[in-house]
Design a protein around this ligand. Structure first.
Ligand code: SAM
Length: 221
């Protein structure tokens, strides 16, 4: 499943991009998931010729599709496994959700929340065109999480929050992992682990640049 009829287009460009990601020390499992996902189907049509450059690209509404190396790093930190239930905050183009959907396989499921309706539609259409059906896009404020499907094995936050939203911590399964960028003008990426006793450890990965998370547990509009 996945890839759709356009998956062979840009194959060489995609292979070169994935090869270049090796210098970030990305695992072979994540690289092979990214080899499968046609990023050109997740960018606006007038950006397709830039889809395999390792850089964020505008997707409209002042938002971006994250750079491939950032997607790869977050997926590696999440240590995604077959059959897991994943929550993403910030669907954007749907690309990161598509990569995660390959890593959890057809027995897993990705729920991805987007607050901008036009982007929720964009992500939904892109995922459909690419042929992925184990991703559900939800239009809402993702800082509240998605209690209907909690707990989640993994949570991937792709917009920078002022602090870790408590609903996301509450909705993470014991033993689960979350990656989240936090900060305003100076942002850092954190890997959060929820231990069996419900307490969390929070490890700093390094400096990053994301658009802000807007919402009840995010920044104000
Ligand atoms: N993961 C996306 C992709 O693969 O294209 C890139 C995400 S973009 C860097 C961040 C996204 O988070 C934007 O689309 C933005 O509208 C969304 N966002 C910001 N605050 C949000 C919130 N509270 N709930 C849901 N989405 C939010």
């Amino acid at each position: 499943m996945g890839g759709g009829e356009n998956s062979v287009e840009y194959e060489e460009e995609r292979a070169l991009l994935i090869e270049s990601l090796k210098r970030h020390g990305i695992s072979e499992r994540v690289l092979s998931a990214m080899r499968e996902v046609p990023r050109h189907l997740f960018v606006p049509e007038n950006r397709r010729n830039q889809a395999y450059v390792d850089s964020p690209l505008p997707i409209g509404h002042s938002q971006t599709i994250s750079a491939p190396h950032m997607v790869a790093i977050m997926c590696d930190l999440l240590d995604l496994k077959e059959g897991q239930k994943v929550l993403e905050i910030g669907a954007g183009s749907g690309y990161n959700a598509a990569v995660m959907s390959r890593l959890v396989g057809n027995t897993g499921m990705v729920y991805s929340i987007e607050r901008i309706e036009a982007l929720a539609d964009f992500a939904q259409n892109n995922l459909m065109n690419a042929g992925y059906n184990n991703v559900k896009i939800i239009l809402d404020d993702g800082s509240l999480g998605y209690p209907q499907e909690a707990p989640f094995d993994r949570i991937c936050v792709t917009a920078s929050a002022p602090d870790t939203p408590q609903p996301l911590v509450d909705q993470l399964r014991s033993g689960g992992l979350m990656v989240i960028p936090e900060g305003d003008s100076y942002q850092q990426l954190f890997a959060i682990k929820k231990k069996a006793d419900g307490t969390v450890t929070k490890e700093e990965w390094g400096g990053v640049i994301f658009v802000p998370m807007i919402g009840k547990y995010g920044f104000d509009v």
